[in-house]
Ligand binder design. Sequence first.
Ligand code: DX5
Ligand code: ZN
Length: 219
Amino acid sequence: MPPPIIAPSILAADFARLAEEARAVEGAADWLHVDVMDNHFVPNLTIGLPVVQSLIKTSTLPFDVHLMIEQPERWSIGYAEAGAYNVTFHVEAADDPVALAKNLRAAGSRAGLAIDRDTPVEPYLELLPHFDTLLIMTIKAGFGGQAFMPELLDKVRAARRQVDAGHLELRIEVDGGIARDTIEAAAEAGADAFVAGTAVYASADPAAAVRALRQAAGR
Ligand code: DX5
Ligand code: ZN
C-alpha cells in the first residue's frame, strides 16, 4: 500500500479562522478535508461553494471535499472547477454515480464515492474502477466528535480485497472517530487515507497531532 494520507477535517476547526486553521496543518497534512452539509442529506449545515472557493485560494493543501448533500449532480462539478483535488459524494444521494464520477474527472478532480454507516459496500464494489477514492464512514455522517464504530471496518476489509484483487489505484478513506487509539485498527483493515477532525483541531498543536496520527497508522 502507498504511504498513508492524513486529512484533517476543518469541521472541528474554528470557522471564524478557517484560513489560519488550514495553514496550521500545512507541511504536516496530506489533504484538507472539507465537510459540506446541506441540512437535508444530513441534519446539519456547514459551508458551501462560495466559502470553499475562497478558502482554496489561501491554502497549498489539496482539498478533499466531502459532500453530504442531496442532488450531488447539481453541485459537485462546481467544487471540481474551484480546484478541489478530490470531490466525494454519497452513493445514497446519487442517481448515477458512475456518470457523476466521469463528469468530475472531466472537470479536473478525482472522484470519490462515500458510503454511510447503514449502507452496505458490497453492491458498489463493482463501481470502484470508476473512482479514485472510496470513503467509508466509521460513524453516521453528520457530526464530528462521535465515537468510532469498529464493526464498520468489515466494509473496509471487503473493499481492500476488491482493490487488491483488481490492482486498482484507489484510496480507501475512513472518516469518523479517527484518533491515535483507532487509526491503527483502520489501517490494519486496509484503509490508506484517514480523516480526523477532533483528533487534530481539538489539539493545542494540530500539526503535531497530524504527525502523531501518521505514526500511529504504523506505516
Ligand atoms: C462527519 C464528517 C467528518 C467529521 C469527523 O460527518 O464527515 O469528516 O469531521 O469528525 P471526527 O474526526 O471528530 O469524528
Ligand atoms: Zn467528512
